[in-house]
Design a protein around this ligand. Structure first.
Ligand SMILES: [Zn+2]
Length: 290
């Protein structure tokens, strides 16, 4: 995939705190912040055991002294050249789509900021660390993302990677923001399992990522998507499937404890969104077997 080189980016939608240490940080300290962020991770796509086990790293980049590299992300050409500008491009395209879609149905889409961090940072859901994986924090309506996750996606999760794998991850998190706005997040209980409310919320976010992909070109930021792009998204969706993660970390699959859905479920719901392109098709709660 590539961005239209002349597309004008809005770097204000991404807050760049890379290289700044999170104040009062206590990764692995067992404080309430860690527990809360673990909940957020469970809610939104990661493996909370990583942070609960205190797996924080101190691989901080050099301090940027108040300047933000993100501010120099101005055009689609920048997004084609730089990993951080690429995130700006995805966020801009995703929010442009949802703004239009909410308008079309007579409501307003308040934007959610993406906080790009390295090492760790504070969120209203507790401390976000590089071990967290990307997550959406409902109280501060922000997406938290450490770019190192995309290496992890290929390494630890065994995905093939690629730019549209990244786009899928960002669009999934914004799917949770849309769910927060529509109230769908409130349907999530504490149950687990292949047809649990937790899994249905996650699969809906996958579907909403597919809906954005369906409309991505029309936002003006991206060129027409290719078969390969969609294959990258599907590959990433499968890599973070509960069955795949369980098989690689525990050596066995236990559907009763699923919180995000299997590789097959996640791929299938992304495809529903991609092929049909409408929000209404993403009602995972209406499906007998999501
Ligand atoms: Zn999620």
């Amino acid at each position: 995939m590539s961005f239209r080189p002349d597309a004008q980016l809005d770097p204000e939608q991404v807050r760049d705190v890379r290289g700044r240490r999170g104040a009062g940080l206590a990764v692995g300290g067992g404080g309430i912040g860690v527990v809360l962020v673990a909940l957020a991770i469970m809610l939104l796509g990661g493996d909370p055991s990583v942070i609960l086990e205190g797996g924080g790293t101190s691989a901080l980049q050099p301090a940027l002294e108040g300047t933000s590299a993100i501010e120099s992300c101005q055009t689609g050409a920048d997004a084609n050249n730089r990993a951080d500008c690429r995130i700006v491009g995805y966020v801009n395209s995703i929010q442009a789509y949802w703004t239009t879609e909410f308008q079309r149905s007579g409501s307003r889409y308040p934007r959610a900021e993406t906080v790009l961090f390295s090492g760790s940072t504070q969120s209203a859901c507790g401390t976000a660390s590089s071990a967290s994986g990307p997550f959406y924090c409902p109280p501060d309506r922000s997406v938290y993302l450490d770019l190192s996750f995309f290496q992890e996606l290929q390494g630890r999760f065994g995905a093939q990677g690629g730019n549209f794998a990244e786009a899928y991850v960002v669009a999934h998190e914004y799917g949770h923001h849309v769910q927060n706005l529509t109230g769908a997040l409130n349907n999530r209980g504490n149950d687990t399992g292949a047809d649990s409310s937790a899994v249905r919320v996650e699969l809906m976010a996958d579907c909403l990522a597919g809906v954005w992909a369906h409309h991505a070109e029309s936002t003006g930021f991206l060129q027409k998507l290719t078969r390969e792009d969609i294959a990258q998204a599907l590959d990433a969706a499968a890599a973070v499937g509960d069955d795949r993660i369980q098989r690689s970390t525990q050596g066995r699959v236990n559907p009763e404890s699923w919180t995000h859905g299997s590789a097959e479920q996640r791929q299938r719901w992304f495809l529903v969104g991609w092929e049909r392109g409408t929000f209404d098709e993403c009602n995972t709660f209406a499906a007998a077997n999501p």
